[in-house]
Design a protein. Structure first.
Length: 131
């Protein structure tokens, strides 16, 4: 098994990076309000996995739609898109969407989102273990 991080980076906070408690890892963005009329990709989470360990995690997200925007969620590993989902025209989600994920060692992970118009709110979270 890999050499996981023994320290704690931000044990109770929100932000865009991965936090560690022993071999456990998590990230939570808090509620992100997208700028009105913004159609560009926005980074929600961005972090590197440890160089000698991989991350096995569950990712989830939820959102509140203030307008009839399409929402696109994108996951990239080292700049390559590995996941893209489009939720059309303000469809609501009653419960968080959850995906199982495995990220390789020494990789740049970025989770991005796009709302096609309007001002909307979204959150992302990852919980898992370093192996």
């Amino acid at each position: 098994s890999g050499g996981y991080i023994l320290g704690v980076s931000n044990p109770v906070g929100t932000g865009s990076t991965l936090n560690y408690i022993g071999k456990h890892a998590y990230a939570y963005t808090g509620l992100i309000i997208s700028p009105t009329g913004a159609t560009a990709q926005h980074s929600a989470l961005k972090f590197n996995t440890p160089s000698n360990s991989y991350l096995v995690a569950y990712g989830n997200w939820g959102y509140a739609v203030a307008t009839s925007s399409d929402l696109t969620v994108i996951i990239e590993v080292n700049g390559e898109v590995i996941f893209r989902e489009i939720i059309p025209d303000g469809d609501s989600i009653d419960s968080p969407v959850i995906w199982p994920l495995i990220f390789p060692p020494d990789s740049l992970i970025e989770i991005k989102y796009i709302f096609d118009n309007g001002s909307d709110a979204i959150w992302f979270a990852l919980t898992g273990e370093i192996h």
